[in-house]
Design a binder for this molecule. Structure first.
Ligand SMILES: Cc1ncc(COP(=O)(O)O)c(C=O)c1O
Length: 379
């Protein structure tokens, strides 16, 4: 059986490094290595001493200790990392799933969260987020449907897959809603894959949810430096979980992917986590500034877009009124050099596009889109 093509990643592979204006990135503004070292008050000499042999397969113990410090209920022995964040999804699904297993996946979603489960022969049920009606100020939003989850989960459900803050909608549940998700998994003894790659990008830090791996003994948390910390080029993510047998099974699969991490990435990740709070704050500031621009843009262009303002994270999933998202994005790229992501890989419809607010170049891209819409006469 062939795996479904990864629409979102193929789209970025084709256009990310050639489009003049990127308006849909899901990461936050990156840094140079020199900037990172300077922020952390460290010098290149430290890196010069770095041993370039194989690294420990479960991950560098110092780095794993730093990662474990982000959680309350797991120690460094229960952390696997670095893995590339996407690899963390791949490894966990391979370790857990067999043909015929029942899996519930929150949708829309980052393609691989659903495609890998389907490829492994699982029977996948979509737990769909719902779009709230627009308020008078033309702002909507996405929210959970707890009753739908209760209907979809059965005693045979093996795995529930969620991602908060959510890509692509920016949905962030309340604590009560999050407790309901965890309790639903616990009621039937299902595993809970909690993709928390955007954790730390809550607009109000008070709304940050407890991590899955701290809440539930059968949860697997995926974290990493790609989005919140602005360091996707390090390819550093991690898995944190309480369950030791599952940890060992995941490590068994890792022997067939990367075996162990890149030594320079581990070293830079240790430095990044020393200043993790500052990196997160830097990303949140950029997002807030861009969201202010986006709010007024979408109010002006309410004839074209239905604005579903995110509650957390660097992305929003915005409906295009009465037109094909694929066709709109294609023309926008060809005529104006602006890259917007059609939602085709993230959701089955052709109605939504993803905006990304984490880059400093957002303002310039938005101005180009504005110009394009004016040229079209706003229709
Ligand atoms: C929800 C989610 N999980 C995991 C990943 C994978 O991260 P990376 O591309 O750094 O491997 C992404 C990337 O966009 C994502 O949006």
């Amino acid at each position: 059986m062939k795996i479904k093509p990864f629409y979102t990643e193929r789209f970025f592979a084709a256009h990310e490094f050639s489009a003049p204006y990127l308006l849909c990135a899901s990461d936050c503004e990156s840094l140079t290595a020199a900037e990172l070292l300077q922020l952390a008050d460290t010098t290149w000499e430290t890196l010069g001493q770095l041993w370039l042999g194989y690294t420990e397969s479960q991950g560098d113990p110092t780095l794993r200790t730093q990662i474990a410090d982000l959680y309350a209920a797991v120690g460094m022995e229960q952390v696997i990392g670095p893995v590339a964040p996407e690899e963390g999804i791949f490894l966990t699904m391979h370790a857990l799933l067999e043909p015929g297993d029942e899996v519930v996946v929150l949708t829309p979603c980052y393609d691989s969260l659903l495609n890998l489960a389907a490829y492994l022969g699982a029977r996948v049920a979509r737990w769909s987020l719902v779009e709230r009606p627009e308020s008078p100020d033309a702002i909507g939003g996405w929210q959970l449907d707890p009753d739908a989850l209760a209907r979809l989960v059965t005693p045979r459900t093996k795995l529930i897959v969620v991602n908060f803050p959510h890509n692509p909608t920016g949905c962030l549940p309340t604590r009560d809603e999050w407790r309901m998700v965890v309790e639903t998994a616990a009621r039937v003894g299902a595993w809970l894959f909690s993709d928390e790659i955007y954790r730390g990008l809550e607009y109000d830090p008070e709304s940050r949810l407890p991590s899955g791996c701290d809440e539930y003994e059968r949860a697997i948390t995926l974290g990493g430096l790609s989005k919140t910390y602005g360091l996707p080029g390090l390819r550093v993510g991690w898995l944190a979980l309480q369950d030791r047998p599952l940890r060992d099974q995941i490590l068994g699969w890792k022997d067939y992917t990367t075996i162990c991490a890149s030594a320079p990435s581990e070293a830079l990740a240790r430095i990044a986590l020393q200043i993790g709070d500052r990196l997160m704050e830097r990303s949140r500031h950029i997002i807030q500034d861009n969201l202010t621009l986006a709010n007024s843009f979408f109010l002006r262009w309410r004839s074209v877009f239905r604005w579903s303002r995110p509650q957390a994270g660097p992305v929003a999933f915005v409906e295009l009124r009465n037109r094909s998202a694929r066709a709109f994005c294609e023309r926008l790229l060809v005529e104006q050099g602006v890259l917007l992501l059609p939602g085709a890989g993230l959701s089955p419809d052709d109605q939504h596009v993803r905006f990304g607010f984490g880059r400093r170049s957002f303002e310039a891209g938005l101005a180009q889109l504005d110009h394009y819409l004016m040229q079209q006469g706003g229709s």
